[in-house]
Unconditional design. Sequence first.
Lengths: 328, 270
Amino acid sequence: MPDQLLFAMEVMLNGLMAGVLYALVALGFVLIFKASGIFNYAQGVMALFSALTLVGIMDGQIPFSHLINAIFGTDLHHFGWHVPAVVAIFLTVIVMAVFAWLVQKFIFRHLVNQEPILLFMATIGLAYFLEGVGDLMWGSDIKKLDVGLPQGINEWIDITTFEAFGYGFFIDNLDISATIVAIILVAGLIAFSQYTKQGRALRAVADDHQAALSVGISLNFIWILVWSIAGFVALVAGIMWGAKSGVQFSLSLIALKALPVLMLGGFTSIPGAIVGGLIIGVGEKLFEFLIGPMVGGATENWFAYVLALLFLVFRPQGLFGEKIIERV
Amino acid sequence: MSGGNYVTADGRQIGNVLMEMKNITLRFGGVVAIKDISFDIHEGEIRAIIGPNGAGKSSMLNVISGFYHPQEGEVWFRGSRRPVMKPYQVAEQKIARTFQNIALFDGMSVLDNVMTGRLTSMKAGMFAQAIWKGKAEREEVENREVVEKIIDFLEIQAIRKTPVGRLPYGLKKRVELARALAAEPKLLLLDEPMAGMNVEEKEDMSRFILDVNDEFGTTIALIEHDMGVVMDLSDRVVVMDYGRKIGDGTPDEVRNNQEVIDAYLGVSHD
Ligand SMILES: Nc1ncnc2c1ncn2[C@@H]1O[C@H](COP(=O)(O)OP(=O)(O)OP(=O)(O)O)[C@@H](O)[C@H]1O
Ligand SMILES: [Mg+2]
């Protein structure tokens, strides 16, 4: 096989792995948007915040220590213990559920039936507020996150591809485990929505609020539930991204990459979010590899947005949406 | 007439007061949708609410089902005063409803729509379902049985798997009734169940309503514009006009009430 093709294949595989992450963030958006019509700008910050919290708990960091020290003149930083990853993840899930409850109680309960643009503005406020709280709670330094996922080059793939093509593919173990975790997560979500009482209620709310009320569903409860699930999805995304490049505040910017993913996949389609994420992941890596050298590189910054723009022009309903026919 | 138990014209024994509305007043800003209205609904009864457009009939149903909260008055259910309740809490008390403008889950099949009617009857929570699978499965089987029975009863087997969004209007109304019945309600609230139907569909729906009342002993409160239907179906009728109650009694009593006749003939209010 020609080298160029092999490189391209390797690039594609790596793009697929990056796409998994975009897909996860987009999934969080879709869940909340479907259930409540809220476009949650804070989804990326939720990933950041949950990852910060996870690291903080694992390292035994004292929350708000800067604040406490500034007020009381103390010099506290750590509890002096370490929490195993599994326990810390569990505790972080609880923190995200409490966050969901607070968001519902103090913000969106009071904004029921408001204009979508108003809800959107509220989530922008929420995003910056949460970013500030994350900073205050855990500090703004870049943190290492290691939850015990395997890292480094996958030897088996390297050797097998080398024997087959005379060229060893470089695939990171972390990417592989991230993909597996994401598949399990999506399968779990599907099972939840199909087979549990709460999952059914969730689908009902996503379809029609009034009808949902009449069959005995508490909208408030479902919204807390869906924000909790979105928080959990954010945590998974945060762990993956954090394990790869450290937990840092630029993490919240991945939310912006989810936007073109949503334009491709549609705002209400879960398969759309997944496929859209993968297309953007592969597309931007492949584009950079093939076209990048001709235009001086750095195409990854804008490729996704241009692709989304083309979609908006030629297929505004997204990949899986039904064709929009204007009634006159 | 209201108060004690009674025997209907067709010889059915009507039970005690199930629900009582006492001096209900509901305002939307300056609009008074319901003005100091009282009436009761007995167990086993088919109670109609009639009146011209904008009289406040739907508003009354919305008060009963917890969608609207009146500024004044009391709602009594099964002998005790009901606190202010959310719609889902009312549904948990086995009060089911349909809507004037049909509210179905358009993205789901008929079967799934009717299945949502079982949500209040499902006990197993999320964690029980994850841990104690057997119990959840048994419950699922029971729920299916109830749902299938209702689907047979309303003769919608043929469209079980059809997405509801594709159904014609008349069938949608029937599916909405099926979903309400799936909750096995004590009290069933129907907001214009026959609006927009042709004669044949109306006859079917009338038959279903009578059968539900007869076979399951369900108490029914319904809003209807077609006077023929109202006279045929209902045991007692409340008549509303401009938010006020202007009549209450058997169909015959109401039909001969001068104020009711005036309201329907559009005699000017002075
Ligand atoms: N949510 C609401 N907000 C504001 N006003 C309302 C609301 N619901 C009802 N109203 C007003 O209350 C009055 C009674 O309306 P309602 O829908 O109860 O009448 P109705 O008897 O059901 O009429 P129809 O036969 O047309 O269905 C009307 O003036 C209506 O505009
Ligand atoms: Mg009405």
